[in-house]
Ligand binder design. Sequence first.
Ligand SMILES: NC(=O)c1ccc[n+]([C@@H]2O[C@H](COP(=O)([O-])OP(=O)(O)OC[C@H]3O[C@@H](n4cnc5c(N)ncnc54)[C@H](O)[C@@H]3O)[C@@H](O)[C@H]2O)c1
Length: 361
Amino acid sequence: MKTIRLKTQSRTYEIKTGNKLLDSLGRFLKSPCFGQDAYIITNAALKRRYGARLGSALQSAGYSARFFLIPDSETSKSLNIASSVIKDLAAYDKNKRIFIVAFGGGVIGDVAGFIASIYKRGIPFIQIPTTLLAQVDSSIGGKTGVDLEAGKNLIGTFYQPALVLSDVQLLKSLDKRQLRSGLAEVIKYAAIMDAGLFRYLEKNIHRILESDLKAIEYVVGKCAGLKARIVQQDEKEQKGIRTILNFGHTIGHAIEAACCYKRYSHGEAIALGMLVSSDLSYKLGMLGKKAVQRIEKLIIKAGLPVKLNKVNPQSIIRAHYRDKKFIGRKNRFVLLSDIGRCKVRQNISLKAIRESLKKIL
Ligand SMILES: NC(=O)c1ccc[n+]([C@@H]2O[C@H](COP(=O)([O-])OP(=O)(O)OC[C@H]3O[C@@H](n4cnc5c(N)ncnc54)[C@H](O)[C@@H]3O)[C@@H](O)[C@H]2O)c1
């Protein structure tokens, strides 16, 4: 097991990564900032699969456990769902010693964290992420949120969990498409921050795709450490440091939006976005051709898409203007200067973006 201590201005907490941690959950809850009544937000499929183990891990450590199930879909990230959870939570909160357990992927983590941050102006919550994407990314760093029709994550807070427990054994039941989607974020960390991790992936990505838990444990621990390092320096994305985690996201988000969040998973869209950003980096003279080819090869090895299917590039350009990270009328791209090194650039010309979009058409 690996323990990473994440120290931010608002809270210091531990991220535990490893294999077979769920049954020992009680052992990690000894801090006085937790309550006694665990309110678990999850979905029906995850409860069927892991609910009994999670419940008994809590009960055997002296905690009460209540489950609240939300639909298994991005639509759960809504004010309506948050409001129905809060009503039930308030009814259950008789002894005033409640804490929330977010048990699921990024959707559950985001909405559960949001609820924890606004109920009684904030109660403790812990993240037990169950997808690769959530273990390497969304459970760490305190971004919570729900979607509006006008866009994803438009309502949200920064609210750090009291603990993140990433048990890679939970990923055994994840389907291959979800595993690949999480791998896109792993490739992202390697490309922007860690050339050694990139080389590791080039040699071992097949092991991850075969659900080899040793290899997965290694990358989850590595990526959690990298994310913690960034969040520690720039908790609320105010210093331009956390921005680098958006490598591939400017175009990735635009692809998701242009396809109404249906055709491509988040990770698949990010993979396509990383290809465009690498090509842009090359065309702007920042990155060598060989590095661009290595990135493309790794994305192919991960089984992620490298070409867009029947999407009008103009709809991507239009969607990229709506990115909430736009500053004034200036777009913002994270570009690479080498494998493992990146720079944030603003105001990239439309002509250059159109040229690099050709890479994935
Ligand atoms: N807060 C952040 O910093 C941050 C960062 C990146 C993404 N996100 C958000 O994360 C969300 C995407 O998260 P995601 O990719 O984890 O998707 P998700 O939460 O929708 O989970 C994907 C699917 O996997 C299933 N699943 C989860 N765990 C499983 C398991 N162990 N075994 C079998 N099936 C399992 C889920 O039920 C779901 O059907 C988006 O809403 C995105 O906006 C947030």
